[in-house]
Design a binder for this molecule. Sequence first.
Ligand code: ADP
Length: 210
Amino acid sequence: MKNVILLAPPAAGKGTIANDLKNLGYIQISIGDTLRRLAKEDKALGEAMQTGGLVDDKIIFKALNNKLDEIGNKPYILDGFPRNIEQAKMYNELLEKEKKDLGVVIYLDVDKEVLLKRATSRVVCLNCGRSYSLIKDELKPNEEGICDDCNTNLIKRKDDTEEVFESRYNTFIEKTFPLIKYYEEQNNLYRITELEESKILEEVKRIIGF
Ligand code: ADP
């Protein structure tokens, strides 16, 4: 099974896809979820995340390495990493050292207006990372405010406000968007553009060969 990198602007649905792919045997590595858990104890980290900018690469590498050690040789989906060219280069070095393949990079191309609406209407589970919508019937939790999968209380992320979304989107354009060209040049990039939400998973499965 090929490892997958999901590259996308904020609230494009990386987490939802990663969660769906778990049923195929993938491990989801969400650096954002890991950081949100760490931020419960680390006020400075929480504040840094709320600016909508990127967290220091050193913290990210540490979180990633811990997670990779933990999962061993199982196939995984990286959701939220890499987010800038430095992280991508560091990841390539790591793969070379371990003689592992990069796998595929999937770019979800979604309109800014759609993203803003999703970000401001979502609630998430900090325990398992699943996200829900407060306005889309098919994405609402069965019981209001409770995660269907693990019974944990759902929360609204502090960075899912219109203002912070704007800043996260700008960070994406400035820092993460250049990775599309970077991976295109390495012939690893697959682009999914504005498909109906229900078709995205099918398209991802086709790309990874399921
Ligand atoms: P979304 O997918 O909605 O953009 P995430 O949950 O992936 O949000 O990330 C939330 C925040 O965590 C980001 O805005 C950023 O501050 C921080 N973060 C997550 N991943 C990284 C990363 N690879 N490098 C730096 N900061 C990160």
